[in-house]
Write a protein that binds this ligand. Structure first.
Ligand code: CP
Ligand code: NVA
Length: 315
């Protein structure tokens, strides 16, 4: 049974196959063609954390595939009062595929280990494979084809997004230059780092100018993950750490001045949500080189491709 957890399990050919399905589905979507390939199939969407794009793209994607998606919020279901393993085993009786936004990647692995239905990590503290695949789709579109994507830069904190993006790029032969003063501790996966290091495609620097130089795409992401926020405000226990990170990461900000002076041909990318004025500035989001909203839209097309690939459904 196929699962999509960290992209460590997927080959270069698997990634290319998912991209190919996404491109075909997107082309059909643009012509208004109906693609109800999954009638009577149910996607269960379990969230332990907040979401805008992931929920909407999976739910809309399942509608477009002719199936149904059920949203389950772990806080308003019975997860908090019982054993996680028992509850997730029961949950998986009600659907054909599970999308899980987990606080801990270990729980995604646990769910997948039951091998009842395909399981997708929909952004744990360690991985976000759906975002990485969507980003590769976006870059291949803007470059004309995947082979034309030669180098990307990642600025700021190393985290769940950079883990899966660098792994996908490294497998595909795309150079990744990471300019980061430090890595976020919970996302560190030594096995993943060994895999990317072995390709020779990933380099590390403290110099943002060096990282963006010659890059086709410059990516960044929030310095503080969603679990550090409550109602849009930083939780009191993380306030001190937030202040510390603001100082450390400020020189790694993605802004128009950096792009205009050191990478004028590079496209600007961010998985969203953006923390404006921190890891990215308003002038970068609205910059002519920004492709952030196309990047967001592609989550829809890649989600559908991931679902079809996991279910081994031909299109
Ligand atoms: N990029 C992304 O996964 O966005 P959400 O957190 O809004 O789902
Ligand atoms: N690193 C961010 C990604 C959001 C999609 C987080 O985990 O909150």
């Amino acid at each position: 049974m196929r699962h999509l957890i960290s992209l460590k399990e997927q080959s270069k050919e698997d990634i290319r196959k998912i991209l190919d399905i996404a491109q075909k589905l997107k082309a059909r979507h643009k012509t208004g063609e109906i693609t109800n390939l999954l009638p009577n199939k149910t996607l269960i969407m379990l969230f332990q954390k907040t979401s805008t794009r992931t929920r909407l793209s999976f739910e809309a994607g399942m509608t477009e595939l002719g199936g149904h998606a059920i949203f389950v919020d772990s806080r308003t279901s019975q997860f908090s009062v019982t054993d996680f393993g028992d509850e997730i085993k029961a949950v998986m009786c009600f659907g054909d595929i599970l999308m899980f936004r987990a606080i801990a990647a270990a729980d995604v692995v646990l769910a997948a280990a039951f091998n009842k239905i395909p399981v997708i990590d929909a952004c744990s503290e360690k991985y976000h494979p759906c975002q990485a695949l969507g980003d590769i789709l976006t870059m291949s579109e803007y470059s004309g084809e995947l082979e034309n994507v030669k180098k990307i830069a990642w600025l700021g904190i190393e985290n769940n997004i950079s883990n899966t993006l660098k792994l996908a790029c490294a497998k595909l032969g795309i150079k990744v230059a990471i300019a980061a003063p430090e890595a976020n501790e919970p996302p560190i996966d030594k096995g993943l780092n060994s895999m990317t290091d072995a390709t020779g495609n990933v380099s590390y620097t403290k110099d943002v100018r060096e990282a963006v130089s010659g890059a086709d795409y410059v990516h960044t992401d929030t310095w503080m993950d969603m679990e550090f926020f409550e109602g849009g405000k930083i939780k009191p226990q993380f306030a001190e750490e937030y202040e510390r990170r603001k100082k450390i990461f400020a020189p790694y900000q993605l802004n128009a001045e950096l792009i205009d002076n050191y990478a004028p041909r590079a496209k600007i990318m961010h998985c969203m949500p953006c923390h404006v004025g921190y890891e990215i500035t308003r002038d970068a989001i609205d910059h002519p080189n920004s492709i952030i909203f196309d990047q967001a839209e592609n989550r829809l097309h890649i989600q559908k491709a991931i679902i079809l690939w996991l279910l081994d459904k031909k299109i």
